[in-house]
Design a protein around this ligand. Structure first.
Ligand code: PMP
Length: 456
């Protein structure tokens, strides 16, 4: 046998051994998953992962292996463990699906689980829908979006945030959800790390997990008014860290960061050369206008926006990304691959919707949040008054309170709320959405009050 054949045989042997070990590791992960379930413990355990990461680094130092390769490999293993342990987590969407099914059987449900405004899109949208045919928006279009729409969005964004945004900095997407997926999967590689500050909208984590990207989470607390510290973020940054996700006004807490903290976070991310994915779809719903990440003029920032909430156009599936043109190009390639282009009739309609005055939506949502806040105070729930968005994230102070059980029994009483567990390790919280008119919200909160007092 030649030298290369001998080496290749050894290489095969080692590779097969690694696969066998992977099988053993996966079996152990499944068993651990079962034990965690029996103990009522969550799946991710950052402290445990940290200690394993430290052991891997020590081993790398001892045997002379590149730490970056080893930790990226470890990240893939950790993600696999999470995947095999993941049971059907109950989120706002699973409660929504159950609520819909109960409705189809004739049950009346008050929807306070999803962030879907119950008011109508602006009137101009109806007219624009009628114009689509005669204007000829009926054919394939550009993956990045209709030129006229990108131009309008660039102008609108520049004016709104006092920045200089060009059409090349805009990517029209079928909802901010796809913008987020495209940003995470095209800018990061398997084994890379992304920091998410919890509680958080679940899709950031799910998009990353789906693409082999490791999520490092920071759990913020109600006691600290949902603020992360710089030290917490700093402690997670290593050479594999590539992105920090921000979402203010936040879903589910409604929090807006104080500006000094936000400035410091951006400085830190810039120093570590991280992408900043700033999901700003709730910026229309805020007591005081939050500072957009666009204002920092950082070339690695990606800002997402949507018509879903601001214009009550959830079903139209229209959102957009604002970023450096090189980032837009990368994301557009994925969009071309997956979608060809976003439906042009919907782009046309959204372009027209931008002309509408939507300030009354902001007031409506704020009034509704005030109603929720008042009712939650009466019930004695623990929460931080939201600065914006359209939710109240509240803790029910009862021994052994379980948000999932609560959300399921609330359905039987005709109320849908989202269990806190969907947003991180917040099993004793529920998220209440301000998406109904005030009287309906009061009706829903009364059901919640009765349930809480029945549980005492
Ligand atoms: N980001 C956040 C924080 C959200 O809450 C949602 C939807 N609930 C989205 C993005 C997705 O919005 P879209 O409908 O534009 O896909």
């Amino acid at each position: 046998m030649s030298d290369i054949d001998v080496l290749r045989d050894r290489m095969d042997e080692v590779t097969l051994k690694i696969i066998e070990l992977l099988n053993t590791r996966t079996d152990i992960a499944k068993e651990i998953g079962q034990v965690k379930k029996n103990m009522g413990k969550g799946i991710a355990d950052e402290a445990r992962e940290d200690s394993l990461r430290a052991s891997v680094i020590t081993l790398c130092n001892n045997i002379g292996l590149d730490e970056a390769i080893a930790t990226r490999f470890l990240n893939l293993l950790l993600n696999e463990s999470i995947k095999v342990q993941q049971t059907n987590k109950q989120t706002h969407l699973s409660i929504f699906a159950k609520a819909k099914s109960l409705e189809s059987q004739g049950k009346k449900i008050i929807h306070m689980e999803v962030g879907e405004p119950n008011f109508m899109p602006p009137d101009i949208v109806k007219k624009a829908l009628g114009e689509v045919f005669e204007k000829g928006f009926l054919k394939y279009g550009q993956a990045t979006g209709m030129p006229a729409f990108r131009q309008t969005l660039a102008g609108h964004t520049s004016e709104r945030f006092n920045v200089d945004i060009k059409p090349d900095n805009i990517l029209v997407s079928p909802g901010a959800r796809f913008s987020i997926y495209a940003a995470i999967t095209t800018l990061l590689n398997p084994g890379d790390e992304m920091i998410v500050i919890e509680p958080a909208w679940p899709a950031y984590k799910d998009c990353a997990l789906n693409s082999g990207i490791k999520v490092r989470t920071i759990s913020t607390t109600l006691e600290n008014r949902w603020e992360p510290t710089l030290a917490q973020i700093n402690a997670l940054i290593n050479p594999n860290t590539k992105m920090l996700v921000l979402n203010y006004p936040n879903n589910p807490t409604g929090k807006i960061l104080n500006q000094t903290l936000q400035d410091d976070i951006i400085t830190l991310a810039r120093k570590a050369s991280l992408y900043i994915l700033s999901d700003e779809i709730y910026c229309q719903y805020a007591k005081t206008s939050p500072k957009s990440v666009l204002c920092y003029d950082y070339e690695k920032s990606i800002v997402t926006q949507s018509f879903s909430k601001s214009h009550a156009m959830t079903g139209f599936r229209i959102g957009y990304t604002i970023a450096d043109c090189k980032i837009i190009e990368k994301m557009a390639k994925l969009q071309a691959l997956c979608l060809t282009n976003v439906s042009e009739p919907m782009q046309y309609v959204a372009m027209k919707a931008l002309k509408a005055d939507i300030s009354s939506n902001t007031n409506t949502v704020q009034d509704r949040l005030d109603v929720l806040t008042r009712k939650a105070n009466e019930i004695g729930l623990d929460f931080v008054i939201p600065d914006g968005a359209m939710y109240l994230f509240a803790r029910v102070n009862q021994e052994g309170f379980d948000g999932v059980r609560f959300a399921n029994s609330a359905l039987e009483r005709g109320l849908a709320v989202a269990p806190g567990e969907g947003f991180g390790d917040y099993g004793n919280f529920v998220r209440i959405s301000a998406s109904q008119d005030e009287n309906t919200l009061i009706e829903g909160m009364n059901i919640l009050r009765d349930m809480v007092s029945d549980n005492q």
